[in-house]
Design a binder for this molecule. Structure first.
Ligand SMILES: Cc1cc2nc3c(=O)[nH]c(=O)nc-3n(C[C@H](O)[C@H](O)[C@H](O)COP(=O)(O)O)c2cc1C
Length: 196
């Protein structure tokens, strides 16, 4: 393969390539809370994601643990209504133990094509964020449960649901377990488009 024209050297190339395949969604964390300076640095890198028309449609909400507990309680209320007390209590216990909390929102746009592009940009930013943290030993879980669409979630955040929607609720921390994942072979997802 020919050398790329950007200034990235071989060692950076190897590290970046390894990072892409090794990142996993983390479901189980230990009790340590990553330093907020690291999360700030991750957000700094996340916002360099591509974004059409340079809309920078994202907002990052770094959620303090006491506020996270309010979200956990709201989620338990939603779960209780659907699945009953036992499941709700178990979710409440699990959520309350999560070390780090963060939400990314995307600007709403009356033009649905623009909003899709902005959502795509926010997802790119989320991936930047996850990869930056993974490179520093911190894992994340991206969640999109019902709670992130509840108006009370926005009240807790101090966010405006008429201007933005949440692309996810992200937990972060040091993994106590790293799951194994597989992917379908490249041949199943890649096709070459030849002239016909
Ligand atoms: C938009 C989006 C929403 C997701 N929502 C959830 C979720 O609600 N719960 C969950 O357990 N994982 C969620 N995930 C994580 C996926 O389950 C995970 O990426 C997938 O299992 C592949 O694992 P990997 O990230 O380790 O490669 C979400 C991922 C994306 C991109």
């Amino acid at each position: 393969m020919s050398e790329p024209s950007n200034p990235i050297g071989q060692s950076v190339r190897d590290a970046a390539t390894a990072l892409l395949k090794s990142r996993r969604t983390i479901h189980e964390f230990d009790e340590r809370v990553p330093p907020s300076a690291l999360i700030h640095a991750a957000v700094d890198h996340a916002r360099w994601a591509p974004n059409h028309y340079r809309t920078e449609p994202w907002r990052f909400y770094l959620i303090e643990h006491t506020v996270g507990l309010k979200i956990a309680a709201l989620n338990a209320e939603l779960v209780r209504a659907k699945s009953g007390e036992v499941v709700a209590e178990s979710k409440l216990r699990r959520w309350s133990a999560m070390p780090g909390w963060l939400t990314i929102t995307c600007a709403l746009n009356p033009d649905s094509a623009r909003e899709r592009e902005d959502y795509a940009a926010c997802c790119c930013a989320a991936q930047n964020l996850m990869l930056y943290l993974w490179a520093h030993g911190v894992g994340m879980k991206w969640g999109t449960g019902k709670v992130i669409r509840d108006p009370r979630f926005f009240e807790i955040l101090g966010a405006d649901p008429l201007r933005e929607f949440a692309i996810g609720l992200f937990w972060y921390g040091y993994p106590s377990e790293v799951p194994v994942q597989t992917r379908r072979p490249v041949s199943e997802v890649l096709c070459t488009v030849a002239e016909h």
